[in-house]
Design a protein around this ligand. Structure first.
Ligand SMILES: *[C@@H]1O[C@H](CO)[C@@H](O)[C@H](O)[C@H]1NC(C)=O
Ligand SMILES: *[C@@H]1O[C@H](CO)[C@@H](O)[C@H](O)[C@H]1NC(C)=O
Ligand SMILES: *[C@@H]1O[C@H](CO)[C@@H](O)[C@H](O)[C@H]1NC(C)=O
Length: 372
């Protein structure tokens, strides 16, 4: 009897799940039919968290991921320049918005840009460059594209778009587009390594000045909707944990990441009240990630301190490459290499940014921002 009733419960829960799946499916179908119009364009700026191959187009760049085992879970196990075993946050966000794939690196559009813009259904571009930061100095030794330069590239694209489509149509298109920015981690890493005499407060202030200039410049070029992703708990990267005898996270770096978030929250609130038609979502990458690290099981992760691809202690003593040790259960690892999340972790983060609650993304989530 007992067995049977528990079996019935299983059957019942199966039906509940099936019904729920059907309902979700219907809602999604309705959404797809209702908004048959194509999704707005996406412009992505930032660092390795959202770089989809920019640095592979820079011959001199030393921050690259265009070799195995990078991309092992990408279609045809192809390295693409993404710092991931497969897709990254930029890809998952684009998918959630209704695209099959993420917009291409600006540097891959080639020249003449005008013919590209005439011949393609335009869905945006990705300017993000691994190793870059808010400050031009950050990553300069690695040969990367700093945020200020990424914004100049966008200005070029905007000018070329206006030349092809007219300025009115371009303005209307940009007004609806999502400008996604994920940057700051590399500035904080470099600050800690530099042993600078600038205080943390002063340094964060400096970064916020740059962030403010960046957002206002993009705004002056027509951007209105900003999806901003703050700095994750960088003190918990496998390579940083190595510095601690017990493998603990660096509280100094994590404290900087929290301070960065608080300052960014204040900054965005200020800009939002100053520029009336500017709208934004701020994702708290620190909180969403530290909660997974502290309690991985509900999220189906078993390893949150060790890199999947690498060498030595925590698999993080040497960088991931073609001869590195590779974990087998990649879906169970939070970290792919010394610094970067796995595809599974990026998927979870993108879902949280897109549809998550105000605890993780505020004042509205990315889905609400897109629909405004
Ligand atoms: C695109 O814009 C840049 C900067 O304004 C301009 O120099 C260039 O001629 C344009 N190029 C093409 C091919 O549209
Ligand atoms: C960092 O600064 C401290 C005090 O200013 C100094 O003693 C130390 O040697 C510096 N370390 C490095 C690596 O520059
Ligand atoms: C991978 O990295 C290790 C350790 O840094 C190095 O000894 C090895 O030669 C590298 N392999 C390749 C294929 O680059």
């Amino acid at each position: 009897m007992k067995n049977r009733s528990s079996c019935n419960i299983v059957v019942l829960s199966y039906y509940l799940q099936a019904t729920l799946a059907l309902l979700v499916g219907l809602v999604m179908l309705q959404a797809a039919l209702g908004s048959a119009a194509k999704p707005p364009a996406i412009f992505i700026l930032g660092d390795s968290t959202v770089d989809v191959g920019t640095n592979s187009y820079l011959q001199e760049s030393r921050a690259r991921a265009d070799f195995p085992h990078y991309g092992i879970d990408f279609p045809r196990s192809r390295p693409t320049g993404r710092f991931s075993n497969g897709l990254n946050g930029a890809d998952f966000l684009a998918r959630l918005m209704g695209y099959n794939s993420s917009p291409r690196p600006f540097l891959s559009l080639g020249s003449p840009l005008l013919s590209y813009l005439r011949n393609h259904a335009f869905r945006g571009a990705n300017f993000a460059s691994a190793g870059s930061g808010l400050l031009d100095l950050t990553g300069s030794a690695l040969g990367v594209v700093p945020l200020s330069e990424q914004i100049k590239q966008f200005a070029t694209l905007q000018g070329n778009l206006s030349a092809v489509r007219g300025s009115g149509a371009t303005e209307a298109m940009l007004q609806k587009s999502l400008f996604c920015i994920s940057i700051g981690s590399n500035d904080l890493f470099d600050y800690v390594v530099s042993n600078s005499s600038t205080t943390p407060q002063e340094f964060i202030y400096l970064l916020m000045k740059e962030y403010e200039n960046s957002i206002k410049t993009l705004y002056s070029l027509g951007a209105r909707k900003f999806g901003i992703i703050s700095v994750p708990p960088i003190g918990c990267c496998p390579t940083i944990r190595l510095l601690d005898a017990e493998g603990k996270c660096s509280e100094a770096l994590n404290g900087l990441a929290r301070a960065f978030y608080s300052a960014l929250e204040t900054l965005l609130y200020g800009i939002g009240s100053e520029l009336e038609d500017m709208k934004y979502s701020l994702g708290n990458a620190y909180l969403m990630t530290i909660n997974v690290i502290d309690n991985p099981q509900p999220f189906h992760f078993t390893r949150v301190d060790t890199a999947c691809c690498g060498f030595g202690k925590l698999n993080a003593e040497q960088a991931c490459n073609a001869t590195a040790n590779l974990c087998s259960k990649r879906k169970e690892y939070l970290f792919w290499d010394q610094f970067h999340p796995t595809q599974a972790a990026a998927n979870l983060a993108a879902n949280t940014l897109y549809a998550g609650p105000p605890l993780y993304v505020s004042p509205i989530n990315f889905a609400q921002l897109v629909q405004l």
